[in-house]
Design a protein around this ligand. Structure first.
Ligand code: ADP
Length: 734
């Protein structure tokens, strides 16, 4: 059978010694071709060992040379070797490898051969006819492409046999027709026995007995005459089957015996062949391993190539990313430098602006304090002289002009004081003092001092003080009074024929702190809801009518800021036409021990109401007159000097009880004068009478030896109190 189902490979044309090849270096293409031809020749000589050595070497070189065509050819030869050695699975695996490489080439001949070889194994060894016939058909396709009629003829004969063997006579018939038609042209003595057998099989299937018998007998005759013994044995076998089917048992038996006989002879040869091969089987496995190794190496090479390609690609990507990073860093750096430069420029500008703003703020407060000082000095004169006029000329008491003058001067004075106060709070120059006081006394004092305004609008003031509040508390009573005076005087201003309530209650006690809640309530005009927030802003007055009341619009903003110093806030409830209620809470300290200490330290007034001699140092003539008048009205003797030098001079020769010293004077100011007086060892009490704010000059006054400060325009009661305290202290000291 193998003669017809012929394995296709290259017939070696040249024989040369395979041993002349070493594994390196790679020989030329021509040499590899020769090696494959030699391997093919060894197959025909049934020398599979040498054929495998040569084909393995050829495969190795072909792989090295990356020649797909020669790789395919080498695999085909290796497959063919295993096919002949009945190692069909190995053969199939090598053929298939060969086919993969063959399909990458334009060599249709090798594709034809390998497909044909695979068809043989699948149909006649594996009995997988469908798959095998597909391979045959592929082989046919390539055979037609290369236009090799002998190849086509052989393949079609194989297909016919495969179909008939599988009982598919109708499918095989067209191929049978073809091979019958072209036997003379393309067939030869190796195909003619099988051709007759196939015809016999077909006619037998068609029950055309005469034709069938003639075909079988013709095949047997030709087989006996020729060399194709294997096909002869198959013809006997098929003829025997045919005879058996037709009941001719005797002949069937005779043919079967012939079949066995020929097969046995052939098998014997095959056996010898196989026996020859047995010795080399072990080595064959070794060759296979070698071949696998070559393939593995190739795979490894390919993979490492792939790996190195991946590494190169990764390297390129990383390099690119790094370059991008460096570029971004560079750009960032430039941007940063630029931004830094811009920032430092902006910083410089800001710094300059801040310095300017601070300078402006200092200038502003200096301006405010200078202006208020400058305003206070003449105002002192205006208020003082107005009072003097009213005192000395009682007939003018009802003069509207004079009362207008007095009103205007007082208004101006309170405006200046308010502005100054706001300025001081805003600059954090106010520090709360700790004085001991009695809430009831303070509130009643306020009530009394405001009773005049209350009467003007026909209002009544009601005071209600919680008896739970301790008698003495510690805190800044002056600021508290200021807050209450502002609120109560507002209540009195905006209420007519009504009532004003001052409610003071103890709301809670923690440790030493007593939280006192103050409520100032009136039954006046009320404040519209939309105005309730605004009124705490500076200079805000709602619905002001000149004739109704006076005010600067600063009262409530001073209240709010002062309460801020106490860590407190103010709340407001008001209804138009019903009235207004302001509430705030302040925590005062309650500490009887501390209170006793403070009380004990209050200087006692030991004045004996004797005539006191006062030296007034003042450059402003009007103020001289006012101060002299106030002093004389209180039975003090008063000596006036215009400047500091005169004061020092007179003090050296004459005794006085106290000096009232103006600060802002030409030639030599009050501080310097006092310093010189002290320098001369004169210990007389000196009171600075100044339009400056007390806090502003306290430090310098103390260092110049001044004992106390009274701010103009002053309350004469306060002046006398200070004078008396100082004189009594001096006496005690003496
Ligand atoms: P002013 O010097 O005008 O009193 P304030 O700051 O003390 O300035 O008050 C601001 C405004 O708030 C006042 O002009 C008035 O319209 C309103 N106001 C304050 N207290 C009362 C009150 N008890 N009743 C009605 N309106 C008030």
């Amino acid at each position: 059978m193998s003669q017809i189902r012929i394995g296709l490979l290259i017939l070696a044309l040249n024989i040369f010694n395979i041993n002349c090849y070493s594994l390196t270096p790679t020989p030329s293409k021509k040499q590899i071709v020769k090696l494959t031809e030699q391997a093919s020749k060894y197959i025909h000589e049934l020398n599979y060992e040498k054929s495998l050595i040569a084909s393995r070497l050829a495969l190795h070189y072909a792989i090295d040379a990356k020649n797909d065509n020669l790789i395919a050819i080498s695999y085909n030869i290796i497959g063919r070797n295993y096919d002949n050695l009945s190692e069909y699975d190995k053969a199939i695996s090598f053929y298939k490898k060969g086919l993969i490489y063959a399909n990458r080439t334009n060599n249709d001949t090798i594709k034809d051969w390998i497909n044909n070889n695979l068809g043989n194994i699948y149909c006649f060894q594996k009995k997988q006819y469908k798959e095998g016939i597909n391979y045959y058909k592929n082989a046919l396709k390539f055979g037609e492409k290369i236009a090799d009629p002998t190849e086509i003829y052989l393949t079609k004969l194989n297909i016919t046999w495969a179909f008939f063997d599988n009982g598919q006579f109708d499918e095989g018939f067209p191929y049978l027709e073809f091979i019958n038609k072209f036997q003379k042209k393309y067939g030869d003595e190796t195909t003619v026995v099988a051709l007759n057998m196939l015809n016999g099989m077909y006619y037998g299937f068609k029950e055309e007995r005469e034709k069938a018998t003639a075909s079988f007998l013709n095949g047997i005759k030709l087989g006996n005459e020729g060399k194709e013994k294997s096909d002869l044995s198959y013809t006997h076998q098929e003829y025997s089957k045919y005879l058996l089917k037709n009941g001719d048992y005797k002949k069937a038996y005779e043919n079967l015996v012939l079949y066995d006989k020929i097969t046995e002879e052939l098998n014997n040869k095959e056996m010898i062949k196989k026996a020859n091969m047995a010795g080399i089987n072990l080595e064959l496995d070794e060759y296979k391993r070698e071949i696998d190794k070559i393939e593995t190496e190739k795979d490894l090479q390919y993979q490492s190539l792939k790996k190195s390609q991946v590494i190169v690609l990764l390297f390129v990507i990383v390099l690119f990313v790094l370059l991008l990073l460096v570029y971004t860093l560079y750009k960032n750096n430039i941007f940063k430098k630029k931004t830094n430069k811009d920032l430092s420029l902006a910083n410089e500008k800001l710094f300059l602006a801040k310095e300017k703003a601070e300078e402006a703020s200092i200038l502003k407060s200096q301006f405010v304090s200078t202006i208020s000082h400058e305003l206070r000095t003449p105002l002192y004169g205006v208020v003082g002289i107005t009072n003097m006029l009213l005192d000395e000329h009682k007939e003018l008491a009802n003069s509207p002009h004079l009362s207008s003058l007095k009103f205007s001067a007082r208004y101006l004075l309170s405006l200046v004081n308010d502005v100054l106060q706001i300025n001081k709070i805003e600059e954090n120059r106010i520090v709360l003092e700790n004085l001991t006081f009695n809430i009831s006394d303070e509130i009643n004092m306020i009530k009394n001092s405001l009773s005049f305004i209350a009467k003007n609008n026909n209002n009544f003031i009601f005071v209600n003080i919680d008896p739970a509040i301790p008698e003495y508390l510690i805190g800044d009573k002056l600021r508290l009074s200021q807050i209450i005076i502002n609120l109560v005087s507002n209540a009195l201003k905006f209420t007519k024929n009504g009532e004003v309530f001052i409610d003071v209650n103890l709301s809670k006690v923690t440790d030493k702190m007593h939280f006192i809640e103050f409520k100032i309530k009136d039954t006046g005009v009320g404040i519209a809801v939309e105005d309730q927030e605004k009124i705490f802003e500076k200079f805000v007055q709602v619905g002001r009518k000149e004739v109704d009341y006076q005010g600067t619009g600063l009262g409530l903003s001073i209240v709010k800021r002062l309460l801020g110093l106490f860590d407190s806030d103010i709340s407001l409830e008001s209804t138009i036409g019903v009235g207004t209620e302001f509430t705030f809470t302040i925590a005062f300290e309650y500490d009887p021990e501390k209170t006793n200490e403070i009380i004990n330290n209050i200087p006692v007034d030991l004045s004996t109401y004797k005539l006191l001699k006062v030296l007034v140092v003042e450059d402003n003539k009007i103020n001289q007159i006012v101060t002299e008048k106030i002093l004389k009205n209180n039975n003090y003797t008063c000596t006036l000097v215009d400047d500091g030098f005169q004061a020092i001079k007179i003090l050296e020769v004459e005794n006085f009880d106290i000096v009232l010293m103006d600060i802002n004077m030409p030639l030599i100011n009050g501080f310097e004068t006092s310093r010189r007086i002290r320098h001369k060892g004169i210990k007389i009490p000196i009171v600075a009478l100044t339009a400056f704010d007390k806090e502003e000059i306290t430090e310098e006054a103390i260092s110049a030896g001044i004992n106390d400060i009274i701010v103009k325009p002053f309350d004469s009661v306060k002046l006398f109190k200070v004078i008396n305290v100082l004189i009594s202290k001096t006496k005690i000291a003496v």
